[in-house]
Design a protein around this ligand. Structure first.
Ligand code: SF4
Length: 96
């Protein structure tokens, strides 16, 4: 048996399992905010890259990839609505 060699965080995150609930547990609460600025200046910090921009510079929230670390909740407490996914859903960590 050979040891697995990780090359970066994406490699490690690839071990985790996700079970998405149909209702997003992350929401944009302030609709009038500059979404491009919010993603580029604050939400880039998300380790799972949940927050991205589409070609119209609108924020896309890929909540199904959330690690439930709470970082975005701390960085954007007024802009981002945050709750845990419904029981039985969300991330399951697996360590390699
Ligand atoms: S809780 Fe963590 S992983 Fe989930 S969206 Fe926020 S920063 Fe990203």
């Amino acid at each position: 048996m050979t040891a697995r060699i990780f090359t970066g965080i994406e490699d490690k995150l690839g071990l985790d399992k996700f079970k998405a609930f149909h209702k997003p547990h992350l929401t944009l609460e302030k609709k009038d905010v500059d979404q491009k600025k919010l993603v580029e200046e604050k939400l880039f910090i998300c380790p799972a890259k949940v927050y991205t921009l589409n070609d119209k510079n609108e924020m896309v929230i890929s909540f199904e990839n959330c690690l439930e670390c709470g970082t975005c909740r701390v960085v954007c407490p007024e802009e981002i609505g945050w709750e845990y996914p419904m029981g039985g859903h969300g991330v399951t960590y697996r360590f390699g």
